[in-house]
Design a binder for this molecule. Structure first.
Ligand SMILES: [Zn+2]
Length: 431
């Protein structure tokens, strides 16, 4: 198949497809179908036989789900069916609240043996797979607590800022119900210090008083590294924390230089006969730094934040312009929900503060050199441009932080700073 045809299929039928490009892809499908042809997908280069895609006239591709055949990788754009894709997208949307309360039911009863998030059964969590339950709870909690908003003072982390953040998380936790009439604020340890006390409280509880669920709690803490069966800390004085079940890691599990991470852990007894609660499973995501727990996707995103912060200081000092910087964690695609709509989560949003309704600035960190990843981001552009936080009625402006477009990293960082600065000044004058 020609590269051109491949792009038409990706753009019209892949997971990140645009609805208006679907008809062209279907036309092409109709040409291929009926000839007993199949397409070998290149997402599993290490396998002797590639995963197959069968063109079905007027519909799209049919995957071969028979376990005898090689399956598409979890990252593959053709891995998802329309229906799971809908469910995937739902897992990236904010949960509905009832009277301000968010309900999470993450633990099972003791009779149901398995205590794991389902699916995916893979180690990789990214935007083409489900966001597991623990990750959803973490994202909701941090968003509610304002941790995903990056403030001027976060540029200079310290104990006082850290304590305020923990307090905000505890306050937000009061609106999370984890079992019938059990609220997260009473069953959470934020930081390792609270873990022994949390375990003691859980150990004293009976499932009868938890509507049949196993009594449980949540630990949130910084870690330096995630192993297969344990979490490691930044201090040699702290022993690794064993995890009985799965440790899900956001993004590339073995990528270097991604610490610090924020870990969210489910703490409960493994079995009815267990003498003491333990960490049953965990979800791990890189965060901005040790005292500001904003979830970020990569090391380069930390640099994006650094430069955006400097830009904010420059704007405030020289132009008297104030901005708000956020790292969103939920789907910003406000179009009608349809099975072909992709999850749209831009890397950062920058808003100009003030009376005027000014268009949003979407900042994208172009971290990977993988061409497919970059094309995917380009295709998302139309969704990003539709983001309009302050209701200005005008498309968002895009600013890229892209080291591959510059001879070296430093000039890329400076180039990004200058472009963002210029863009915000122009919006403040023109908006
Ligand atoms: Zn594939």
């Amino acid at each position: 198949m020609s590269g051109e045809d491949e792009e038409i299929f990706r753009e019209g039928l892949g997971y990140y497809a645009a609805a208006e490009l679907k008809p062209a892809a279907i036309d092409l499908i109709n040409k291929y179908s009926g000839n007993k042809l199949w397409v070998g997908c290149d997402c599993q280069p290490s396998k002797a036989i590639s995963p197959r895609l069968w063109p079905v006239a007027k519909k799209g591709f049919r995957r071969n789900l028979n376990s005898k055949h090689t399956q598409h990788s979890t990252e593959c754009e053709f891995n998802q069916d329309a229906v799971p894709a809908k469910r995937v997208r739902a897992s990236f949307q904010r949960k509905t609240r009832s009277e301000g309360i968010l309900k999470f039911r993450l633990a099972t009863g003791f009779t149901e043996k398995k205590q794991d998030d389902l699916p995916p059964p893979s180690n990789k969590i990214n935007r083409s797979t489900y966001r597991p339950g623990l990750a959803r709870l973490l994202c909701e909690l941090l968003t509610d607590a304002g941790v995903q908003e990056i403030n001027p003072q976060d540029h200079f982390p310290g104990k006082a800022r850290y304590d305020t953040m923990i307090n905000d998380i505890m306050l937000a936790a009061a609106n999370f119900e984890i079992a019938e009439n059990r609220y997260l604020c009473d069953w959470i340890a934020v930081g390792l210090d609270g873990l022994p006390g949390l375990k003691r409280r859980i150990a004293a509880e009976q499932p009868e008083n938890w509507a049949g669920m196993r009594p449980h709690g949540i630990l949130i803490c910084n870690i330096a590294e995630a192993g297969d069966k344990e979490l490691m800390f930044d201090s040699v004085e702290l022993d690794p924390l064993p995890v009985l079940g799965r440790i899900a890691v956001f993004g590339e599990r073995n990528a270097k230089d991604r610490a610090p991470y924020l870990a969210i852990c489910l703490v409960a007894k493994d079995d009815y006969t267990s003498s003491y609660p333990e960490v049953l499973r965990a979800y791990v995501h890189p965060c901005l730094n040790w005292s500001k727990w904003t979830l970020v996707d990569s090391k380069l995103e930390r640099e994006t934040v650094n430069r955006a912060q400097r830009c904010r200081f420059g704007l405030s000092k020289n132009k008297n312009i104030s901005v708000k910087i956020t790292k969103p964690l939920f789907d910003c695609n406000y179009r009608d929900p349809s099975e072909y709509e992709p999850v749209c989560i831009p890397d950062f949003l920058v808003e100009l503060l003030g009376e005027k309704k000014i268009p949003t600035v979407v900042v994208e960190t172009m971290g990977y050199t993988d061409l497919r990843y970059r094309n995917r981001k380009k295709r998302m552009r139309e969704y990003f441009e539709r983001i309009d936080v302050r209701g200005s009625g005008v498309n968002a402006s895009m600013v890229y932080h892209d080291p591959t477009a510059f001879p070296d990293d430093e000039s890329a960082h400076v180039g990004f700073y200058e472009e963002l600065f210029k863009c915000l000044v122009e919006l403040s004058i023109g908006g």
